[in-house]
Design a protein around this ligand. Sequence first.
Ligand SMILES: [Zn+2]
Length: 81
Amino acid sequence: MISIEPKKLQHMVRDILSTQSIEIGCDTCYAQLDQFVELVLEGKDASVAMPLVSAHLDVCGACREEFEALLFALRSLSQQR
Ligand SMILES: [Zn+2]
């Protein structure tokens, strides 16, 4: 009789989901970055709305720098009124 513990199964499913969802490249990330920054500026939870971009920013220093530069630029623009 085969029995898999529910906890083990949960781990397996989570592993499958996470390896699938983290796979976006810099090009895809960059293409969605301005949208991501806008969500952040609107005070929305960008990492929930765009988890793939968020995950990529966590692992990619180059895109993270790009994100912070863009965030900074847009933030200073929106303050100039
Ligand atoms: Zn990247």
